[in-house]
Design a protein. Structure first.
Length: 294
């Protein structure tokens, strides 16, 4: 059986198990890159050495071709996601097709600690002032006001947004549902943008009517950032910005965990530590006693 044919069987099984469409598409993309890299050999001929060559290629030799033109190397997190896809696929092949698992003994790539880079107020205002079209403008507003992931934004339909209450239904990682909330300014802007469209339409569609994908959202935000002279503008920075602002303005970490859809408090506590450092530095700058009693 050729590798690509086996990948089809794996994806079918994972679809039956209920994996989200986004996860299935990611697995398909990553595993097909493996098949192309190895020139689509028979499944049973794939060796541990082949897989090590594949991971080495993406770690050391591959030059990404992103929508924004950014050619910086793949992050440790991205490499780990490839490792997860391969591990899942060959574990399935080992059980389903009773073959040796060539992923055995290949350890997960190390990931760098998450660097939190929130936008400043000036940077956000600079991007929002640009005339970039209603769709792009509302993408920025929703990312800023909810902190949702770009993949979650791509999955939104018009019916997921209740403009009367400000509640927004989000389908997150692992098909976990949660409710996010929109402020008055964003609700007003979305009301003008939606303009009597059908409930089942994507909230942010392409001209073809299909929803945007993650790479396209990444490209939109990056291009707006360049026009606004905002360095390193990417969708996930809005998530960091939302989290830090939520905590700076009195929000608690448990509510933030719920709003962001984190399965644990680890990342949320990281945001809290940054917010605490920010508060300490702000007090040093603004201490009345220090400023008035010099």
């Amino acid at each position: 059986m050729l590798l690509k044919k086996a990948i089809e069987g794996f994806l079918l099984q994972k679809s039956i198990e209920g994996l989200s469409q986004r996860t299935l598409e990611t697995y398909e993309y990553q595993l097909r890159r493996l098949a192309d890299f190895l020139d689509n050999p028979t499944l049973t001929s794939v060796t541990t050495h082949d897989l090590k060559r594949f991971f080495h290629h993406f770690r050391s030799e591959y030059t990404p071709q992103r929508w924004s033109g950014d050619t910086s190397p793949l992050t440790g997190k991205t490499l780990r996601n490839y490792w997860i896809a391969c591990r899942s696929f060959f574990a399935w092949a080992e059980e389903e097709l009773e073959m040796p698992n060539p992923m055995a003994g290949i350890t997960a790539p190390k990931t760098n600690s998450t660097k939190v880079e929130p936008f400043t107020e000036e940077e956000v205002k600079a991007m929002l002032r640009l005339r970039c079209g209603a769709r792009a403008h509302n993408i920025l507003l929703v990312l800023l006001d909810t902190g949702i992931r770009s993949g979650e934004l791509c999955g939104l339909k018009i019916k997921d947004v209740d403009l009367k209450t400000g509640k927004m239904h989000v389908l997150g990682k692992g098909n976990k549902e949660r409710t996010c909330y929109l402020g008055n300014k964003v609700r007003q802007s979305l009301w003008r943008y939606i303009n009597n469209r059908e409930p089942n339409e994507p909230l942010f569609p392409l001209q073809s009517g299909r929803p945007l994908n993650v790479q396209q959202v990444w490209g939109i935000v990056s291009r707006i950032g360049k026009r606004a002279n905002v360095a390193n503008a990417r969708p996930h920075r809005f998530r960091h910005t939302f989290a830090i602002q939520f905590l700076r303005n009195g929000g608690d970490i448990f509510t933030l965990q719920m709003l962001l859809g984190h399965s644990s408090l680890e990342m949320v506590k990281h945001y809290a530590r940054l917010a605490a450092i920010d508060a300490e530095q702000a007090h040093r700058r603004a201490s009345p006693a220090d400023r008035w009693l010099r």
